[in-house]
Ligand binder design. Structure first.
Ligand code: ACM
Length: 555
């Protein structure tokens, strides 16, 4: 693949003078100290795709062999950071020098991309038979942000474990490094908690699901009358974490409190506001939107969730643990004598302060265990817990306020990077959710708002995250459609040093996509939205679609 087609675009590319490097049957793979994971990944990926063995160093060699060398170098680390790398390609070999193990891995991903779309297949196909060539070059590269995230909501519609592992591979292929798993919500609890099995036994299944986003406008609600469920065992999650770690992706778990907790209350009625609602007859929620059934601000609830989090921390080594904190209606707390007594006892000013106290409790609890709390920007209301970080989803304002107050921020404004939102205004979009956010819009997303740019608070923007909520995406094909190709544009936004949004060359991005990256997504088996509009099977039922503007290129 031409050097100029890489996505995300590297920081600098200098074409070499010599001939291409050709990966052949006698090519070797030489892993320096600390690069063993990447060597293992490279061999397990490229050998099936190319049919080439990638021999260990020292094996018999003859003819025009070349070596792929993986090294970690402190000087590179000092210059480009731990995720930075230098990729040198000459006719007799490839040298990937990383600032740290992650840099080596991202360099190896660049090498794979340069080998062309067929390098993404799982078996050697005819498409690669022209030879596995890499143009001579020196590439120097490093990410703009340290948090390059994707959130997958596995609570509303469950993604089986294999699908999560596939998601990790797709993130890593785009140099994204955080997978935020939204594990619990009103409609389902997905993580096995050993000492509280009812959370998944009862909370992991809902009887049916509402058809449509928030019901059908003006029409009586319709349900699909099919149970939906699924759960990950702790061993599944440990496998996901280890698989992701080997690809330099951190899995950040989310346990949403004190709102979005109806599945937990259905499993354990004592968690709800029992003096105002009959929680004993509560079922896992079958509607979408924001449930009014929230956790009680009681000692019982605090102890329950501490015990849950003890198990969560054992599984997930990530520094950040997401505790949600979004969309917690206060009606039940207002009506509950117990909640009101709690407010008085704690000397709080009201229900917002009660939520802040609740989150603050877990912020301190996590900090005492060497972790940091991150939550949706509602955790700013009533005072932000010290040390907490914010996922700014209702726009930039929460992130700006949090950064100004000295808190770290991940920008994920729904107006820009909510991938459940439709990507075209046309009637064919499968479910017309939310804002229209096209591929171009996502390419023009800027994580650092003007209010922070160039100030000493800019450093608090750790990065950005694209969020995939799954109320309306009931399977992998639907999630793929919403996610791709927009996540490819997002990956370039968070990795590359792009100019200001209005000066970004979207035409060039589109051309790179057309020349190489739709074919790469095809090779990876991704059911993306084609540039000319959805395929017939992707369209909204009953909508025939516009005349096709030509099929996307295929490998
Ligand atoms: C959210 O979209 N409720 C974080």
């Amino acid at each position: 693949m031409p050097l100029t087609d890489l996505i995300p675009a590297p920081r600098s590319v200098a074409p070499g003078r010599g001939p291409d490097f050709v990966l052949g049957p006698e090519s070797r793979l030489d892993a320096g100290p600390g690069t063993e994971d990447t060597a293992c990944w490279l061999r397990s990926t490229l050998s099936p795709a190319t049919g080439l063995p990638l021999l260990p160093p020292g094996a018999e060699q003859s003819g025009e062999a070349g070596t792929v060398r993986l090294r970690i170098c402190e000087t590179t680390g000092a210059r480009l950071g731990p995720e930075g790398y230098v990729l040198d390609v000459t006719d007799d070999g490839v040298r990937i020098t990383g600032g740290g193990p992650a840099g080596v891995f991202w360099g190896a991903q660049t090498l794979r991309q340069l080998l062309g779309p067929a390098a993404y297949r799982r078996a050697n196909s005819a498409a690669g038979s022209a030879g596995w060539r890499v143009p001579a070059a020196r590439i120097e590269d490093a990410p703009r942000f340290s948090w390059r995230g994707y959130m997958l909501d596995v609570a509303r519609h469950f993604t089986p474990k294999d699908g999560v592992l596939r998601t990790v591979d797709l993130l890593a292929a785009h140099k994204l490094n955080v997978l935020h798993l939204h594990l619990t919500d009103d409609q389902g609890w997905r993580i096995e908690i050993r000492h509280r099995p009812r959370l998944t036994e009862t909370g992991g299944t809902r009887a049916r699901s509402l058809i449509g986003h928030r019901g059908r406008q003006g029409a009586p609600p319709l349900w699909d009358e099919r149970a939906h469920g699924g759960r990950y065992t702790q061993d599944d999650l440990r496998e996901i974490v280890a698989y992701a770690a080997a690809r330099h992706v951190t899995v950040v778990p989310e346990i949403d409190v004190p709102g979005h907790s109806r599945a937990a209350i259905a499993a354990h009625p004592e968690l709800g506001n029992t003096d105002v609602v009959d929680t004993a007859s509560m079922e896992v929620w079958t509607e979408w939107g924001v449930s009014r059934d929230v956790l009680a601000p009681s000692e019982t609830v605090l102890r329950f969730y501490e015990a849950v989090l003890e198990e969560v921390l054992e599984i997930f080594p990530s520094r950040f643990v997401h505790l949600g904190g979004d969309e917690c209606p206060k009606d039940q707390w207002r009506a509950s004598a117990a909640a009101q007594a709690r407010i008085r006892e704690l000397g709080l000013t009201g229900e917002d302060a009660l939520q802040s106290w609740f989150i603050g409790h877990f912020d301190r609890w996590l900090a005492a265990r060497g972790r940091r709390l991150i939550g949706w920007d509602e955790i700013l209301e009533g005072g932000l817990a010290e040390g907490a970080a914010v996922s700014s989803w209702r726009g930039y304002a929460g992130g700006i306020a949090a950064a100004r107050a000295g808190h770290d921020v991940v920008m994920c404004p729904e107006q820009q990077v909510y991938l459940d939102h439709r990507q075209d205004a046309g009637p064919e979009e499968p479910v017309p959710v939310g804002y229209v956010r096209t591929l171009r819009d996502v390419y023009r997303f800027e994580p650092v708002p003007q209010e922070l740019a160039g100030t000493d608070r800019e450093r608090h923007v750790l990065g950005a995250q694209a969020n995939m909520w799954t109320e309306c995406t009931e399977n992998q094909q639907r999630v793929d459609y919403q996610t791709f190709p927009r996540l490819v544009a997002f990956a370039e936004v968070v990795w590359s040093a792009l100019p200001a949004p209005h000066r970004r060359d979207f035409g060039d991005f589109e051309q790179r996509m057309t020349r190489a990256h739709y074919a790469r997504l095809d090779a990876m088996g991704v059911d993306y939205r084609p540039p000319h509009g959805p395929h017939p099977w992707q369209r909204r039922p009953g909508v025939r679609g516009r005349p096709a503007g030509g099929a996307p290129p295929r490998v």
